[in-house]
Design a binder for this molecule. Sequence first.
Ligand code: ADP
Length: 316
Amino acid sequence: LGPTVCVGEILVEIVAATPGAGFLEAQPLVGPFASGAPAIFISQCGRLGGSAALVGCVGADDFGRLNLDRLARDGVDTSAIRIDPDYPTGSAFVRYRLDGERDFVFNLATSAAARFGWDDATGALLARAGHLHVMGTALAMASAWEVIDRAVPLVKARGGSVSFDPNLRKELLNDPEVLPRFSRMVAQCDLLLPSGDELLMAAGTDSGDRAVAALFDLGIGEIALKQGAAGATVYAAGAAPVSAPAFCVQELDPTGAGDCFGGAYVTCRRLGMGIAEALTYACAAGARNVTVRGPMEGAGTRAELDAFIAATERRA
Ligand code: ADP
């Protein structure tokens, strides 16, 4: 039916190599790595052999080239990625606290990352899109939201589907536009990929069972609930829930697990796999990605995920 399209920020990530170290003094950094939740998601789609495209913007600099090269290598259609000559590519500097929490220094709003909108290339891409995936970060980004709000009815009108990964980081909730847009996406999506908290928030209840039922009533067909190191569960309307345990891995860098999980789940379902098989690949994609430093350096191809699944134990 046409490619899976994602819309949003493209950036490089530069990481403090020493856990616990801050940015107040000079210290070893690693990177730059290609990043941005939509870029991680769509790279995972492309690596698995799904037809995939990204709408966004980079600067005319090495950081932009790094992202474009990486996306192209992963088979992602970059025809609707703008190159802005006047703004630098977006960036994020990340440090890890000793408890595993992360702090970011972002350059997004004043970078090329936000400098796109509905142009001819975007219109041409979305006119042939088969699936639109929406990330929570887009809810706080006027440029991404403008494109998504136009794209949802267009994709649906041609028989395409929509998925939504809320990924509601606490900073996002300071923006008064975010919650109304969140509700709008919950009401419009076919597949929701929430964490436990986001599931309850989407349904406006504090009971997990009631939340799933309420979301089915809204017309959502499938809910892929991400449970971190506990694995994941898919609820499909009219069927028994399907759970998958997490794979046992040594976590080196948690960034991007949820995005790889989503990219793999959406792609495997679109390639015709059943829920259980798609969920196994999604858990493998999330787990494999956390074993490698860099937000999307561990995103696997089909062969890499098959090898990972064969070689890795699952939690009891
Ligand atoms: P998010 O990044 O959106 O918070 P999760 O942390 O739940 O998402 O990760 C998504 C999926 O990736 C999980 O459901 C799990 O299958 C896998 N995953 C993430 N972290 C780990 C881990 N430390 N060990 C094994 N699997 C993991």
